[in-house]
Write a protein that binds this ligand. Structure first.
Ligand code: C5P
Length: 403
């Protein structure tokens, strides 16, 4: 929220535009942010001006664009330090590989990088570059350094690029960026001082040293929840099965493999939690006998004897002194019926259900759509949105119910 004494609590965003073809989308991004009642000022690097004119951005933002570090006239109006102090959020979109590298190393050689370095504002970055530049280990190292420093990275998206390549590196669409910034801004501070434990990803149940049983789960929803809970001011324990995504900066990560290991971590740490969110796709069964040697494929038919795994979520909800307990339900039919049944049987406070028969949603996708039910009989539909947006909405729903 705004760091002046304004009673309207308008959030102030400095949009930093760097040199990339996606800069042409920035007038639209400014409009989308303003529609959401953000107060926006624009800073551009010299390279950005090759792709979009300062005049266009002045027209949509309604304010002169800042582009020179050593411009006495601009400094007299609002100097770079004032700009840095004015911002609640610094949004860099598109963020080029060059600017990412500078920000990661604390360089301050232009107005944008100097202002970021001089600012306490929340840093949100929407990278945009050629897919090979994005995949480069040096860029990935810079991104990780920025994330560890508390920056929030939005995207990049995957698809066809201006250079003709196909891959990850496209700036997210302006509407998508504006929605994500809005969600995270709304959630800011709503769980201050709370402790949250989240299970995420799949569990893997060993059959022998090379084979296992598991579920489809990218971990994206659980990790997005961890990021949203951190943005909301909570202390977050993330108990995660094997996934291919970065640990959110600020989360206490507990990597596990099997359901048994996941349960052990939860049992050891859940007692002083205020909120427990079971988002993991825990395998329902595991092999009765785990072979210490690789099983040879001698027979045409092979029978595996499986035993039920512990229900981690139900275990947490069964404790006498328990946190606010939230579960997930991925259903292929009768979404509300089965979600209600799980809510009641597992004695949850809230459940988030999604229909896995909807193509392009859930599992490995970046988007989802959820039906939220609670133990007071309330019901809410969260329309199709990015998992980050839904995660922030879920955190808000939890915070309303905690009071
Ligand atoms: O019963 P079902 O697996 O459909 O329930 C889904 C919910 O229960 C999810 O929140 C999941 O994380 C949790 N769960 C669990 N332990 C299990 C099975 C599911 O915590 N063994």
């Amino acid at each position: 929220m705004s760091n002046n004494n304004s009673s309207q609590q308008i959030t102030r965003i400095v949009l930093g535009i760097t040199g990339g073809i996606a800069a042409y989308k920035c007038p639209d991004l400014v409009r989308r942010l303003k529609e959401r009642q953000f107060d926006v000022r624009v800073v551009m690097t010299a390279a950005a001006k090759e792709f979009v004119t300062p005049m266009a951005l002045q027209a949509v933002s309604g304010f002169p664009v800042h582009d020179e570090l050593f411009d006495p006239e601009a400094e007299a109006a609002m100097g770079h330090i004032d700009l840095a102090k004015w911002a609640d959020i610094f949004l860099i979109a598109p963020a080029s590989a060059n600017t990412l590298a500078k920000l990661a190393h604390g360089e301050a050689d232009n107005l944008l990088t100097t202002s970021v370095l001089a600012s306490k504002a929340r840093l949100i970055i929407a990278p945009a570059m050629n897919q090979q530049m994005w995949a480069n280990e040096k860029t990935q190292r810079n991104i990780r350094a920025l994330e560890t420093g508390g920056a929030l990275i939005l995207g990049p998206g995957v698809g066809e690029q201006a250079c003709g390549d196909v891959g990850a590196g496209r700036m997210l669409e302006p509407l998508d960026i504006a929605e994500r910034v809005e969600s995270l801004n709304e959630v800011s501070g709503v769980l201050a001082g709370k402790r949250v434990m989240i299970t995420a990803g799949p569990t893997v149940e060993a059959i022998d040293p090379v084979r296992y049983i598991s579920n489809h789960s990218s971990g994206k929803m659980g990790y997005a929840l961890a990021r949203a809970a951190i943005a909301a001011g909570a202390e977050v324990d993330l108990v995660s099965g094997p996934v291919n995504i970065h640990t959110p900066a600020g989360a206490n990560i507990f990597p596990v493999k099997s359901a048994k290991e996941m349960l052990e971590v939860v049992q050891n740490r859940v007692s002083d939690c205020d909120i427990f969110i079971g988002c993991a796709a825990v395998a329902d069964y595991s092999p009765v006998d785990v072979s210490s040697q690789k099983i040879k494929k001698n027979d045409e038919v092979m029978t595996l004897k499986l035993k039920r795994n512990p229900d981690i979520l139900a275990w947490v909800a069964a404790q006498k002194v328990r946190p606010f307990v939230v579960g997930f339900a991925a259903e292929s039919e009768k979404l509300k019926f089965y979600a209600e049944k799980k809510l009641n049987n597992k004695k949850l406070n809230m459940i988030c259900a999604n229909d896995i028969s909807c193509e392009g949603l859930g599992f490995n996708s970046d988007n989802n759509q959820l039906l939220i039910l609670d133990d007071k009989g309330q019901e809410k539909n969260l329309q199709i949105a990015a998992k980050e947006v839904l995660a922030a909405d879920i955190i808000k729903e939890i915070s309303y119910r905690l009071g």
